[in-house]
Design a protein around this ligand. Structure first.
Ligand code: SF4
Length: 354
């Protein structure tokens, strides 16, 4: 992995073995960098201490009660050649998702206009590709230009990018790119075998180099060990700089996917992940992403306490369900939170998987 992207180098580990960590007093290895051990120590704190610390950090960097509402449009659904074990859009899994072609400019513009009319300021297009071809980049560039023409910010999630492709998207007006690390490097091969962790890091570097803002997070509840959760946060927090936007997803177990029978994550452990994302990446938008429908209102409230300040808004996340808009409006009102429709139409729950 590149020196720039993984400056702290987690202790070398074997991928198949659970990793035993010494519980030590958290000690950042260098200013601004995090060790897996330090992150694990945060995750292991008494929950109320962790929540207090996370909310304290949150208030130092963000206005109280401000929640970004994000919506998501799939511009090219299904038929993906990758085999991400959580994803209903992989062609090789029998999930009932039909492969579709890239949407036409007019259709996308209609959806973007509707999002703008609903108050959106940002619009994201997700496509189920392993890696776009150059002619796909041309087509998506046309979509970006059209959406930009409506006065919206743009973001996209299209799979792996080469540097000239990232540059072409930047030139077309792309503001954000979503590309998730999914889990820790040590658990990655249990989730996906059609690409390597380094591929993800390379794309993220290409996106950064092109001057596009980064949206990057992961998924929990995929059967990973606690240390893998710490390892995911370590990778994210040590990106230089860390992502502007960090979606944390709880696996939506879709029948037909290899991870459909994973044990669900304990809801308090999910809250802990949000808290630790907030503490280690204080200025990032921490997005409560896939899996919210299963969480219930009280757990969502704890996530907001832990520093989540963005949610997906709208009744669908590409191909899985999400709480409906009325339920979200009511929940935010009950909690006294201000959902503002700067509606990032972002594909920030795992790379267009949910
Ligand atoms: S997460 Fe993305 S890359 Fe992986 S199978 Fe689904 S659509 Fe393809």
């Amino acid at each position: 992995m590149s020196a720039t992207l993984a400056p702290t180098a987690a202790p070398a580990v074997q991928s198949a073995q659970p990793i035993q960590l010494h519980r030590r007093t958290p000690a950042p290895m260098a200013p601004g960098l995090w060790s897996v051990e330090a992150i694990q120590a945060l995750l292991d704190k008494p929950l109320m201490d962790l929540l207090f610390e996370a909310q304290t950090v949150h208030r130092q960097h963000w206005p109280a009660g401000d929640i970004e509402l994000a919506t998501l449009l799939s511009v090219k659904t299904g038929g993906c050649p990758e085999n991400c074990g959580y994803c209903p859009q992989a062609a090789e899994f029998d999930t009932g998702v039909k492969a579709e072609k890239l949407m036409e400019v007019e259709e996308v513009v209609r959806a973007a206009q509707a999002a703008k009319d609903a108050g959106a300021t940002r619009f994201c297009m997700g496509a189920a590709w392993r890696a776009p071809k150059d002619r796909d980049i041309e087509k998506v560039s046309a979509l970006i230009g059209a959406v930009k023409g409506l006065g919206l910010q743009t973001c996209a999630t299209l799979g792996m990018l080469e540097s000239h492709q990232a540059q072409a998207l930047k030139d077309a007006g792309l503001d954000y790119y979503n590309h998730n690390l999914d889990t820790a490097p040590e658990y990655y091969t249990d989730v996906v075998s059609t690409r390597a962790y380094q591929d993800r890091l390379d794309t993220l570097q290409n996106v950064r180099n092109a001057g596009i803002s980064v949206c990057c997070g992961g998924i929990v509840g995929m059967g990973e060990a606690p240390v893998h959760r710490a390892g995911l946060i370590e990778q994210l927090a040590n990106l230089q700089p860390y992502p502007e936007s960090v979606p944390i997803n709880s696996l939506v177990r879709v029948p037909g996917t290899p991870l459909a029978d994973s044990d669900p994550i304990d809801p308090f452990d999910f809250v802990r992940m949000i808290a630790v994302a907030r503490i280690t990446m204080p200025k990032a938008r921490v997005r409560l992403s896939a899996g919210r429908q299963q969480m219930g209102e009280a757990v969502q409230a704890l996530c907001f306490m832990a520093g989540a300040n963005s949610i997906f808004y709208g009744d669908k996340l590409l191909v899985t369900g999400n709480p409906d808009v009325d339920a979200d409006v009511q929940l935010l009102a009950k909690l006294g939170l201000n959902g503002h429709r700067t509606t990032t139409t972002e594909a920030e729950h795992a790379h267009h998987h949910a």
